[in-house]
Structures are given as C-alpha cells and as structure tokens.
Design a binder for this molecule. Structure first.
Ligand code: AMP
Length: 292
C-alpha cells in the first residue's frame, strides 16, 4: 500500500514479507537504510528522529507498533493513543519512505518463545518500577532490528535508559545495525514531548512542567560546581514536591551502568519518573562534573 501526501509518498508494509520486499528494493537500488522504531502517536520528537535518519539515508523505515510485552500495566496499554493515519502523514512528511505497521501476530507469530534481557542496567530505575518492561522492549527491538537490517537505528535520549539497554544488547548480540542517540525534543516551555502528553488535562499539563524545571534547576546546581548527588537531586525534588507530584525516582546515576552515584565525578544521568494525573512521565538530563 502507498500513502501519498502533497509532497511525499510512503510505502506501508503490514507483513514481514512486504517489509522485506520494500527494503530489498531499496538495497538493490543502492540506498542505505535508516530505521526509527516507534509505538506511533507521532509527535515532533519522533519526526526529529526520522529527519535525522533521512539526512543520512536514502531509505528510512519507521515502525509503528504498540508492543504489548513492554507494558506492565494493562490500563496503560489500553489507553495508549493510536493514530495511524496521522502517523503515516507525519512520518512521510519527515522523510520516512517505508512504514512497517505490523499486527501483534506478525511480530509474535505462533510459537514465539524467546525473551531478550538486557542485563544489570534493566534492574535500575525504570526496570525496578516497571517489571518486565525492558525485557519486552529489548525483545521487540532485536526482532525489529533483525527484520529491517538497517545501517543505523535512531533512538531518543528522552528514554536514556532504554537507549543504554539497546546499546548493550546490540553490542552483546553482534547485531549489525549501528545505534545513534538523538537529543530530547521539548515543547517551548520545556516539557519533553511524549505520546502520553495528550492525556494530560490543562492543569496537569502545567504541573508536569515541574519535571523539566526541576532538571534545569539541578543542572544549574551541578554547573555551579556542586558534586554531591543528594544536593543535586534535592534541587529536582523541590520542584516535584512543589507541584505535589507522585515521584517514582529522581536519581543521579552513572551514565554507563545506571547505578545510583553519591558523587558527580563522571558522566551521569539525572533521571526522573513521576505520575501527573493519569499519566506517568519520564525525563532526564545528562550531567558531567563542572570543569574546575
Ligand atoms: P515511543 O514511540 O515513545 O516508543 O518512542 C519512539 C522513539 O522516539 C524512542 O527512541 C524514543 O526515545 C523517541 N522519542 C520519544 N519522545 C522523544 C522526544 N521528546 N525527543 C526525542 N526522542 C523521543
């Protein structure tokens, strides 16, 4: 199937064989292939990943698949926004040329039994709060990477721990696709773009700003030369508490292991997860020791 916009066209592949045929045709024409895996409900963050891929590759595959195995909460899976027609237009406009939009049975055919686990990183932060989430994510990403066989796959730093797990798995399993991180895309007021933001009420949308405001405050504290993790985290927590958010974690971790640190003495990630109304949001900022 082909979807056309005023300026672009995108081939929609719903089966593995349609995907293979479309990618093989691109390879035969000598084009390199970039890949952007998504769960749909596309926003400007996803479009940035696609544009980055299109800058570097003649063919860009986007997958749109709400992966049931990475949801640890049935309500979250059920309420996850699904906007396929909109997604195809956004993806095409951003430069995607193939959309892989499979059914659950196409991704997990009868008899599918393997689980990919990303090791110790998956036990920290999101892994501790969402049992099974990273196994489900890593399993579907490995399957998608093997189906698409792209040169480069693009992942957002908004999901920094996810990116670290994907890098680990791709390295360990010698998957031939290079993984490239892309900076977090934010609304003008700082809120990290997320497919879940559409479920925020106007009031909750304002309260949600505490995450990015807190991260910026903590960044300023770190840039001022503070090394104590607890002091840096306090600047973030003050904003979260001020907005009365239910916080799962607001923790400075080692950027390689995602283990909590006491001192900002290496590359770190300050990561936050908090629930705002009906929506659980995550955000993060990378912090390095201030130059002395
Ligand atoms: P999702 O559809 O939420 O699973 O996200 C698909 C990809 O888009 C993942 O690599 C995300 O990290 C990335 N992504 C989601 N939101 C943003 C954002 N605000 N900025 C950059 N990348 C993002």
């Amino acid at each position: 199937m082909l979807v056309t916009t005023s300026t672009r066209r995108i081939t929609v592949a719903r089966t593995v064989s349609e995907l293979r045929a479309a990618v093989d045709a691109a390879r035969s024409a000598g084009r390199s292939v970039g890949f952007v895996p998504t769960m749909g409900a596309l926003h400007a963050g996803h479009a940035t990943l696609v544009r980055e891929a299109a800058r570097q590759h003649g063919t860009v595959v986007i997958s749109i698949f709400v992966n049931p195995t990475q949801f640890n909460d049935a309500g979250d899976l059920q309420n996850y926004p699904r906007t396929e027609q909109h997604d195809l237009l956004v993806a095409a406009e951003a430069g995607a040329t193939i959309a892989f939009v499979p059914s659950v049975d196409e991704v997990y055919p009868h008899g599918f039994a393997t689980v990919v686990s990303g090791g110790p990183i998956t036990e920290q932060l999101e892994g501790a709060h969402r049992p099974g989430h990273f196994d489900g994510m890593a399993t579907v990403v490995v399957r998608l990477l093997n189906l698409v066989r792209a040169d480069v796959a693009y992942f957002g730093r908004k999901d920094a721990q996810q990116l670290a797990v994907v890098e680990q798995v791709v390295r360990d399993l010698a998957i031939g696709t290079r993984i490239q991180g892309v900076e977090t895309v934010r609304e003008p007021d700082g809120l990290a773009m997320s497919s879940r933001n559409v479920r925020l009420s106007a009031d909750d949308r304002v309260r949600a700003l505490a995450l990015s405001r807190g991260l910026r405050a903590a960044q300023r504290v770190a840039d001022g030369g503070e090394h104590s993790a607890r002091t840096i985290e306090s600047a973030l927590r003050a904003e979260l508490d001020g907005a009365s958010l239910a916080t799962d974690y607001a923790t400075l971790v080692d950027a390689a292991t995602f283990r909590p640190v006491d001192v900002l003495d290496r590359d770190c990630v300050l990561a936050v997860a908090a629930t705002v109304g009906p929506v659980r949001l995550i955000d993060n900022v990378r912090l390095a020791p201030a130059a002395s």
